[in-house]
Design a binder for this molecule. Structure first.
Ligand code: SAH
Length: 370
């Protein structure tokens, strides 16, 4: 079939410049049915040029579901009284790391709500212990918004990476997603955290949900521009999935189709980034992991939390935690990845930058206006 010149040109421009105008991003998103095959082919080519057919793996440990925040999309928001709250003691987290290490994982991701019990000093101590016991492993934290001094403390304690999705780059949409939260929770504050993480030297991950309530193609265009400015080392993109005990219970879930298209676009935009085929995508589509990889993702994050933690870390309904999501399912995951012609890597999968030949090496612009 003949290529559609209009969208082909947009994709080429994106590949060459690492960005499009807001209007062109919105147009590309609007015309994704025409663009998706070519976008996926280009994304996969870019990804394979970088790291061949490797898929990196991270062991996800959901360490606490206590949270002081009240995000309207999230099942573990503080006002949801139906959640059975837990926090894993340090020994249990260390045991999870040990189990993951024996299974060949070389990155541990500690993710959780914003829980005061995971205090700056407690997390720093945990990071030091993990890095002392597993010196060859990378440690990723995903514990929400913190003071810059706390990010620095955790970095100095040994954390290598930090995941903090910006959620929405558009200030009004961000507030809509956090309407019942403290007024100081703004897009600006979230972006300032990401700038602080970058400044501390973390490999920093950002990202957003697709199909979140109130989201438009223009908002997504702003999200993409934000990523182009920030130049995160990692980017997480997954569909919004409603949780029944949230204000967004009645909204429809995001689609696999929009998610995979945006994965391709983000791969073209961030050629070197580590991009997961998310659990949310695997939750809404049985072959979501495969679809994600074939759209340009190169990371999987199986959940190795203990059973009770997995059950209660329900940020959205139906979150899968069996099969390829569990340690026991690792063999299945490996086989599924092999079946699409990829291999599960045993490496740490750190970020490394490839110099662009045809552009300034740092096409990153200052984004924080505060
Ligand atoms: N407290 C941490 C970790 C949040 S959980 C933080 O704020 O960064 C990780 C991600 O899950 C969130 O960033 C959000 O984008 C996603 N998420 C939360 N609720 C969701 C839902 N209902 N559907 C899909 N993804 C969701």
């Amino acid at each position: 079939m003949a290529r559609n010149t209009g969208v082909s040109l947009l994709l080429q421009e994106l590949a060459e410049n690492g960005r499009l105008s807001r209007d062109n991003f919105a147009e590309l998103i609007g015309r994704r049915q025409e663009a998706r095959t070519e976008a996926a082919e280009l994304a996969v080519r870019i990804q394979q040029r970088k790291s061949g057919k490797q898929v990196f793996r991270r062991a996800l440990i959901e360490c606490t579901n206590y949270c002081r925040n009240n995000c309207s999309y999230c099942g573990i928001r503080c006002t949801n009284r139906n959640v059975s709250r837990y926090r894993l003691p340090a020994e249990e987290i260390l045991a999870c790391c040990g189990k993951a290490f024996r299974l060949g994982f070389r990155t541990f991701v500690l993710q959780g709500g914003e829980d005061a019990a995971f205090s700056p000093d407690a997390v720093a101590g945990l990071a030091r212990t993990i890095k002392a016991r597993f010196p060859e492993c990378a440690l990723t934290l995903s514990l929400g918004e913190q003071e810059s001094s706390v990010y620095r403390l955790w970095k100095e304690a040994g954390a290598d990476r930090y995941l903090l999705r910006h959620e929405s780059a558009n200030p009004e949409h961000y507030r809509f997603l956090h309407a019942e939260d403290k007024p100081e929770r703004t897009a600006e504050a979230r972006k300032a955290c990401l700038e602080a993480l970058k400044a501390c030297g973390y490999q920093t991950g950002s990202g957003f949900m697709t199909g979140s309530p109130g989201q438009t193609a223009e908002h997504l265009a702003e999200d993409l521009l934000f990523l182009a400015d920030l130049q995160p080392e990692m980017a997480g993109i997954g569909p919004f999935i409603p949780h029944p005990q949230t204000p967004f219970a009645a909204y429809p879930q995001g689609s696999a189709e929009l998610t995979t298209f945006l994965l391709s676009v983000v791969r073209i935009l961030l050629p070197d980034a580590l991009i997961p085929a998310t659990t949310a995508l695997a939750t809404i589509a049985p072959d979501g992991r495969e679809q994600g990889i074939l759209s340009g993702a190169n990371v999987v994050m199986p959940n190795i939390s203990p059973e009770n933690a997995k059950r209660n870390y329900e940020i959205y309904q139906g979150k899968i935690s069996e099969g390829a999501e569990s340690a026991e399912g690792l063999a299945v995951l490996r086989e599924r990845i092999q079946n699409i012609g990829y291999v599960l890597s045993d490496g740490r999968g750190d970020f490394s930058a490839t110099e662009r030949q045809d552009a300034e090496p740092a096409n990153r612009r200052k984004i924080c206006t505060m």
